[in-house]
Design a protein around this ligand. Structure first.
Ligand code: URA
Length: 239
């Protein structure tokens, strides 16, 4: 059971004050009766709620897979740049946030939800959830690099040691510009870029392909998104 004004505000019908006004004006129906009081309790999924003739369905949680484009920040608000949540137009909830961060110039898989418990579990350093990236690298990536990534690298800054957990580096193309796939279990700030810096190379393009059991849908172009399927959601919940 949930208060009627919260139900409507959660679903983006208006601010709490705006929906209270609509309710008092008799513009909101519970089943087929005008609701006069904002503090009436309704049963999500059972009572049918209409605001100005439009049925408002309740979604406690929403889950979207976004192919994050470059140039957009992994945040909910930013004074200068577009954010990843600005890209999600068909949302009901206003409290969506990205699960973890990708750098502004990084593309690829980002889960957008309002499920804080799930986000916490996926991001918890103790859970060691795999994250797989595809990258283009300025410089020749070698078998020695593969071994160094597997051993753990010092990516510390300002003289402080910071050793990474083992990373699985796969060379796809080795040349003046190499292409790689890297799986790591951490999410330190700029981690992939700093791992390559540690072996004197530079990431020129970075895209996340996988997080836990969730794989970026190849049909999503940068900037496109879709809701998670039931199977995907069950998979990430088990991560
Ligand atoms: N590692 C990085 O360096 N950048 C990202 O956006 C993600 C992982």
């Amino acid at each position: 059971m949930i208060r009627l004004d919260k139900y409507l505000a959660d679903m983006g019908v208006g601010t709490r004050q705006e929906v209270k006004r609509k309710i008092r004006k008799g513009l909101v129906l519970i089943n087929d009766q005008a609701a006069r009081s904002p503090d009436l309790k309704v049963r999500e999924g059972e009572d049918r709620i209409f605001s100005e003739g439009r049925e408002i369905l309740y979604a406690a949680y929403e889950y979207f897979m976004l192919n994050k484009p470059a140039g957009v920040v992994s945040a909910t608000e930013d004074s200068r740049d577009a954010t990843v949540t600005d890209l999600i137009h068909e949302k009901c909830r206003k409290d969506l946030f990205p699960v973890g961060r990708l750098d502004k110039d990084t593309e690829g898989l980002l889960l957008i939800t309002n499920d804080g418990d799930l986000a916490h579990r996926l991001l918890s350093p103790r859970r060691h959830v795999d994250k797989t990236y595809y990258a283009r690298i300025r410089g020749r990536v070698t078998k020695e690099d593969v071994q160094m990534f597997a051993d753990g690298l010092d990516i510390g800054m300002k003289g402080y040691e910071e050793i990474t957990m083992p990373g699985k580096l796969e060379i796809l193309v080795s040349g003046e510009e190499s292409q790689i796939r890297l799986t790591i279990q951490e999410g330190k700030y700029h981690q992939v870029k700093r791992m390559f810096q540690a072996v004197d190379k530079e990431v020129t393009y970075l895209k996340r392909e996988r997080m836990g059991t969730l794989t970026l849908d190849e049909n999503l172009k940068p900037g496109e998104y879709r809701r998670l399927t039931k199977e995907e959601l069950e998979g990430v919940r088990r991560c």
